[in-house]
Design a protein. Structure first.
Length: 95
């Protein structure tokens, strides 16, 4: 599922959003990201929520920074959890 998520990210991520780090662990994803505006962040979150294998999405923090030229950038953390599949449930029960 993580592989499919990465492929889909490439398709749905706006040009104004970037990933600075990404980790996948035990069915969840955590990413540090940057964007040029909160509207870009909101649109991106909406796109991720529309993926059929995503159970929940949240942004635990977001902060705005402004460089010396006055350009604002939003830095945020994105967390999401994959939907648990029937195959994963069966595997967990047999272990």
């Amino acid at each position: 599922m993580a592989y499919q998520f990465l492929l889909d990210l490439e398709e749905i991520m706006p040009a104004s959003v970037g990933i600075t780090s990404l980790s996948v662990d035990n069915g969840s994803v955590s990413a540090s990201m940057v964007a040029t505006g909160k509207l870009a962040v909101a649109d991106f979150i909406t796109q991720i929520k529309s993926l059929p294998y995503i159970d929940s999405v949240w942004v635990p923090n977001i902060s705005e920074t402004t460089d010396i030229e006055g350009i604002s950038t939003d830095v945020f953390t994105l967390s999401c959890v994959f939907v648990e599949t029937v195959e994963e449930v069966v595997t967990d029960e047999t272990e």
